[in-house]
Design a protein around this ligand. Structure first.
Ligand code: SAM
Length: 191
């Protein structure tokens, strides 16, 4: 199982409301599904994105929070002062397979992901600049791979607390269950 008490923050740098809304939302969805406990957006403040993320948490459960950072360096320092290791995902970093064991010793971790050009300081303030292959791809893929390596695949068995809806795995079709314990029901789309 995913270590309970493990605090994993994902800091998304330089969000732009119009260009990045889908990518940032997907980075949030991956963070939640793969075991992160907070998702922090830096860049444009995007109340619609925050609302959408909160709705996902309300329906699908989980203990992840969503926040905003006006000053990402301050956010990094806050996490560091509380004993966090800082990891920056970048194609220029050290291969994940070479450094993940040293990173895995921590139970508090802030993972920085970029978008548009990442400021030089991100490389300097990070304890580890980590590459998921040294090829260019995407922050969503890099984050998913990194979290999976961090948790050694155990996040696949994670139960998301207080879920109102959940999927019953099915070889064909879509089966969704609703937790009747919760009175305020929400309709889940067929997406
Ligand atoms: N030149 C960027 C870099 O440093 O990785 C690629 C920009 S990419 C559009 C946006 C973000 O995806 C990067 O800031 C980084 O967080 C992530 N990313 C892309 N490729 C990666 C890789 N191979 N390993 C780790 N992270 C990667």
């Amino acid at each position: 199982m995913v270590q309970t008490g493990c605090e994993i923050g994902v800091l998304r740098l330089g969000h732009r409301i119009f260009r990045d809304k889908r990518v940032t939302m997907h980075a949030f969805l991956v963070s939640r599904a793969f075991g992160a406990t907070s998702f922090i957006v830096h860049g444009d403040r995007d109340s619609k994105l925050e609302e959408k993320a909160k709705r996902v948490i309300k329906d699908w459960g989980g203990r992840i929070s969503i926040g905003y950072s006006e000053d990402w360096l301050k956010t990094v320092e806050d996490w560091r002062s509380r004993g966090s290791l800082i990891v920056h995902l970048t194609m220029y970093g050290m291969p994940v397979e070479n450094v993940i064991e040293s990173i895995r010793v921590t139970s508090r971790l802030l993972v920085i992901i970029g978008g548009r050009k990442v400021p030089r300081e991100a490389y300097d303030v990070s304890d580890y600049n980590v590459a998921v292959t040294n090829q260019p791809h995407s922050e969503i893929a890099a984050l998913a791979m990194f979290l999976d390596r961090f948790f050694k695949g155990q996040e696949l068995y994670m139960q998301h607390e207080k879920a109102r809806v959940f999927v019953v795995p099915s070889p064909k079709g879509k089966v969704i269950c609703r937790n009747l314990f919760y009175k305020e029901e929400k309709k889940v789309g067929r997406g």
